[in-house]
Design a protein around this ligand. Structure first.
Ligand code: GTP
Ligand code: MG
Length: 208
């Protein structure tokens, strides 16, 4: 898959009217971590998803149709301290509504900032996905901001904090991890059932 056949579908203010015709893969993560940039990198289209150097850019559920076979969902970020508590709550509620209601959600990418390292909010997100039995992976984005030695240390730190979750180092600047992630997304979006246990995932990950 090269995901070059990608098109913006629609922005949704709630999860109640999402399409159900194709599987969905969600991009989750802290505000400004690079969720929208990752969609642009995967699809090879610079401005498909709107990005910004200031946090809080994505405020709705944005769906992109990829290769006519699945949707990528670009979601608002969590943990943006400069928003009012009410506004932050609204965005986080929208993300949880999506996770609870998107019937065809097959896989979630939890995108974390490799430079900053995993935060408590990232941990809460992974715990939520585990309890909701939504299969997921961690994408360690902005890996280009670390030296080679620091990259390895960060990878080990993330793995020790999330031992049952696969971690893919990624950079929208260098393109590192793009092919690996595209292959995984296609596999999970189109071939795997929703049911998942962390043990199963561990076994399948060892084979990759
Ligand atoms: P919200 O929609 O506000 O939650 O943000 P987002 O997670 O969608 O982040 P976005 O893609 O808008 O990117 C935020 C900033 O990070 C932009 O300035 C990007 O250029 C930058 N960025 C994204 N990915 C990378 C990366 O891999 N490496 C580096 N160095 N910068 C990146
Ligand atoms: Mg965004």
């Amino acid at each position: 898959m090269n995901a070059k056949n990608a098109a913006f579908v629609k922005s949704y203010t709630s999860a109640s009217s999402l399409p159900e015709d194709l599987p969905q893969v969600a991009c989750l993560g802290r505000s400004n971590v690079g969720k929208s940039s990752l969609i642009n990198t995967l699809t090879g289209q610079k401005n498909l998803a709107r990005t910004s150097s200031t946090p809080g850019r994505t405020q709705l559920i944005n769906l992109f149709k990829i290769d006519n076979s699945f949707y990528l969902a670009d979601l608002p970020g969590y943990g943006f301290a400069q928003l009012s508590k009410k506004e932050r709550g609204r965005l986080e509620d929208l993300v949880y509504e999506y996770l609870n209601e998107a019937k065809n959600l097959r896989w979630a990418l939890v995108i974390i900032d490799a430079f900053v390292g995993p935060t408590d909010l990232d941990e809460e997100t992974v715990a939520f996905l585990e309890s909701a039995r939504i299969p997921h992976i961690i994408v360690a984005n902005k890996i280009d901001q670390l030296s080679r030695t620091a990259q390895i240390q960060r990878y080990d730190e993330i793995k020790s904090r999330f031992p049952a979750v696969q971690v893919v180092p990624f950079s929208s600047v260098t393109g590192l991890g793009k092919q690996q992630l595209l292959t995984l997304i296609q596999e999970k979006a189109t071939q795997r059932p929703r049911t998942w246990t962390s043990d199963q995932e561990c076994v399948s990950l060892k084979a990759i």
